[in-house]
Design a protein around this ligand. Structure first.
Ligand SMILES: [Zn+2]
Length: 140
């Protein structure tokens, strides 16, 4: 189990692409499952996954997967047979240039999104508490 975990961690990564096309060409195999663990910005690439971000995908010859390059993923070992996949990395120089000036990645980074929601939750809580205090102020 320990060995499996370290293998899983070893192959876990993001691609240096905006979009990746992964086509399974064959042949006959077992294993080689792709696993996805949420989309992340540079800062949050090592953050925890949320349960809803845990996705496993088994390759089927003749089918392709299209995913964001920033979608953290890895491939488990092919346990038997031979697996052939074609990988195509699509890059956008415009996206990369724009990213340099952006600070808010909450539209696509799961962790930025989670942090933003948490900040909003705290702000709403503080406002509610303030209103409650004002309403229940002793009138002496
Ligand atoms: Zn982020």
């Amino acid at each position: 189990m320990r060995g499996q975990r370290s293998l899983l961690m070893h192959s876990f990564h993001v691609d240096d692409s905006e979009v990746t096309l992964n086509v399974c060409l064959g042949k006959q195999f077992s294993g080689g499952t792709l696993f996805f663990r949420g989309v992340r910005c540079d800062e949050h690439v090592h953050s925890e996954s949320q349960p809803e971000e845990i996705i496993d995908y088994s390759h089927v010859p003749g089918r392709a997967v299209l995913h964001r390059g920033r979608h953290r993923h890895g491939a488990r070992a092919t346990t038997s047979g031979q697996r052939v996949n074609l990988l195509l990395w699509c890059r956008s120089s415009v996206f990369r240039e724009l990213k340099k000036y952006q600070k808010d990645f909450s539209k696509w980074c799961g962790e930025c999104q989670r942090e933003k929601k948490e900040r909003q939750r705290l702000a709403v809580g503080a406002t509610k508490l303030e209103l409650f205090k004002r309403l229940h102020k002793p009138t002496s």
